[in-house]
Design a protein around this ligand. Structure first.
Ligand SMILES: [Zn+2]
Length: 284
């Protein structure tokens, strides 16, 4: 143990962090460009208090808002081969992975699985992390979702999945695409065991995730303004050579077309999910 790095440096960092600088007190909403008092913004679950813009939120920030008294148990993802194809583009995949892990506060990949009480009912929750390589689904995420579904079935607890992803992890090629049928099979297991599955789509949910488990919830919810489209609007516009409506692919237009059950602002997600869990429990 190195006393200098383990004790002195954290203490120094705590001293520096305690200093209230304008950057730590205020932030600017990227949509309406109004200044937000950080404490109000956090109390509003990282939603702009002026215009309602939902900023991206990482799983470890989201979980305390959802579980009763902010208490939950984390379940580590199953271990998988880190770089099965030895993939390299401008950088080696295993190096990219390590960098993403270093910024992920202990998470090993783009999925966090947790369990705990929600509205006084045991619930299993899995949340994709867009901040981890664009929330892309490779083997670790696929195996993690299967683990979460198995856990839900074993504990007779509803499964709630929060999606935010750019799609399949290209660095894992065909192995990433194989996660699509694998996660669909896991949802089939949920259906067969009559385990409720609520899918919540956050910005953005695209590609292989939208084409697999994210669209297969018994109830499909989305956060306001979330893009949910297999391909992004720019790609669709270039392919079809047609001018798309401004709200193309957004949660609100998908709701109008009947693809979603509800668009729910983040601060209302917990009471909404708790109400749904009560209804599922009454339905047996
Ligand atoms: Zn705003």
């Amino acid at each position: 143990m190195n006393w200098l790095t383990n004790f002195v440096r954290p203490k120094l960092r705590a001293l520096v962090a305690r200093k209230e600088t304008p950057e730590t007190l205020w932030l600017k909403c990227p949509k309406c460009e109004q200044m937000l008092f950080m404490r109000d913004w956090e109390a509003n679950q990282e939603v702009c208090t002026h215009c309602g813009h939902h900023m991206r939120i990482r799983p470890l920030k989201r979980l305390p808002y959802l579980f009763d008294e902010g208490k939950y148990e984390l379940h580590p993802l199953p271990r998988v081969p880190a770089d099965p194809l030895k993939f390299r583009d401008t950088e080696r995949y295993d190096a990219r992975l390590k960098k993403a892990q270093a910024k992920a506060e202990g998470a090993t990949d783009a999925l966090t699985v947790a369990s705990g009480l929600m509205g006084n009912r045991m619930t299993v929750l899995a949340a994709l992390d867009f901040g981890f390589m664009g929330g892309s689904m490779g083997t670790a995420v696929g195996e993690g979702l299967v683990m979460a579904a198995d856990l839900a079935v074993a504990r007779k607890a509803p499964l709630i999945v929060f999606s935010a992803s750019g799609g399949a992890r290209m660095q894992e090629g065909i192995l990433a695409l194989m996660q699509v049928p694998k996660t669909v099979a896991a949802v089939e297991d949920l259906h067969d065991s009559r385990t409720p599955f609520i899918s919540v789509l956050a910005h953005p949910t695209t590609g292989g995730l939208l084409a697999s488990f994210a669209s297969l919830g018994d109830v499909l919810l989305a956060e306001p303004g979330a893009l949910m489209s297999f391909a992004g609007p720019r790609v669709v516009q270039q392919t079809t050579r047609e001018k798309l409506p401004d709200d193309f692919g957004l949660a609100e237009s998908n709701y109008r077309f009947g693809h979603l059950d509800a668009v729910v602002p983040r601060p209302e997600l917990k009471p909404t999910i708790a109400k749904l869990l009560r209804l599922f429990a009454h339905a047996g």
